[in-house]
Design a protein around this ligand. Structure first.
Ligand code: NAD
Length: 360
């Protein structure tokens, strides 16, 4: 493997391999850009088949974080960590070893939870480094208006997705209410489940799937949703599809089978390839760029890290997501280009402006 020739290598500033024999840590930290500030992005734990797969994921996810932080107007660059392994085998020792790896970067990378890691894991990381956010404990309390910001970013991401989904519905379907709208949600974890609760509260008809046994059934019992087999959730005859599981769900195989008119969900890197953004547009589907709609969590994590913001202030920042999406939708329509291309261009422009300021 030639790292610098890889398709997903995008002039990343730094890629670090972390290994600790005692705890079994095998981690990769990718820093895509620090043009707008220290690189911020979560730590994913996943049983990658090969370390090359882990590198590719770290490269893609860290670039996504640069774009996400730039579009959310946060003073942070983009980075991401991946820990190779099954999250069920996680130990405090391994998370601390990961924390030491983060610490060795002296603040160029700030970590938080992501798929496979939790606020508790971040507490372990915080024992050995201060370059961590998304903590449980003190900061997790008082997430209501007026209390301190912080804690589990999942519900904040869900709030941003909910508001962004409504903006997409307004733009594409000309409706301000979700009453009776059919919405398919793939993945009912830290983001998908709170999203479903908000959608159900607004009267949406939910079609849900999760690959974990019993999870969808519980959501159906609680929220009156319809369970769908995980293999057919993407092709449901619905108004909106909300991918909230893993990335690369929109590809040359799934796009022709989509029946939703809007795709608006939390998963990172939903488009398998850049070209898939064009295919989605050609199919007449409005796509809410993932890193714009799912920025609620990083907005919360960033404010927690910097300190001083209340939960109400964080909510006000998250409430800017629908406006940003509508700007992208309008520009895409005006220029006849995919929403994903417009978002990428806007993010790159912001990064370039930051890089010029660094040089000046
Ligand atoms: P999670 O691990 O808590 O939940 C994901 C859920 O998806 C799990 O319940 C899992 O069983 C299910 N799943 C996996 N593959 C599936 C499949 N093929 N079909 C149906 N269900 C499947 O993760 P999360 O925190 O809810 O994040 C979901 C997505 O949103 C991820 O892509 C993540 O990177 C992204 N995201 C999360 C946050 C956050 O704040 N947690 C922020 C931004 C983006």
């Amino acid at each position: 493997m030639d790292l610098f020739q890889m398709r997903d290598f995008d002039a990343h500033e730094q890629v670090v391999f972390g290994y600790d024999a005692a705890s079994g840590l095998r981690a990769i930290i990718a820093i895509h850009s620090t043009a707008l500030g220290p690189a911020a992005g979560g730590c994913r734990m996943w049983p990658y088949a090969t370390s090359c797969d882990a590198v590719v994921d770290a490269l893609r996810l860290s670039r996504g974080m640069s774009y996400k932080n730039a579009m959310a107007e946060l003073p942070f660059g983009g980075g991401k960590a991946v820990v190779i392994g099954d999250s069920r085998d996680k130990t405090r020792q391994r998370m601390e070893a990961f924390g030491r790896c983060v610490d060795s970067l002296g603040g160029r990378y700030i970590t938080a939870e992501d798929v496979g890691t939790s606020t508790t894991d971040m507490e372990h990381v915080a024992r050995v480094t201060r370059f961590v956010s998304g903590l449980a404990g003190e900061s997790a309390r008082g997430t209501e208006a007026g209390g301190p910001a912080g804690g589990d970013p999942g519900p904040k991401t869900a709030l941003g997705v909910f508001l962004g989904l409504k903006a997409a519905v307004r733009f594409r379907l000309g409706r301000s209410s979700l009453e009776g709208l059919k919405i398919a949600v793939q993945g009912l974890g830290g983001v998908g489940y709170p999203l479903c609760r908000q959608l159900a509260a607004e009267g949406a008809s939910l079609h849900v799937a999760d690959s974990r046994v019993g999870v969808a059934q519980r959501v159906c019992e609680e929220l009156g949703a319809h369970e769908v087999p995980a293999e057919s959730i993407l092709s449901q005859d619905v108004d909106v599809l909300a991918p909230c599981a893993l990335g690369a769900v929109l590809d040359s195989r799934s796009i022709p089978a989509l029946r939703a008119r809007i795709v608006a969900g939390a998963a990172n890197n939903q488009l398998a390839r850049v070209e898939d953004g064009e295919a989605v547009t050609r199919a007449g589907i409005l796509y809410a760029p993932d890193y714009v709609i799912n920025a609620g969590g990083i907005i919360s994590v960033a404010h927690e890290y910097r300190g001083g913001a209340t939960a109400a202030q964080v909510r006000a920042e998250i409430e800017k997501i629908p406006g940003r999406l509508t700007e992208i939708f309008e520009r895409a329509r005006r220029e006849g280009r995919p929403t994903s291309t417009i978002a990428d261009q806007m993010a790159r422009e912001r990064l370039a402006r930051g890089a010029r300021r660094m040089v000046a």
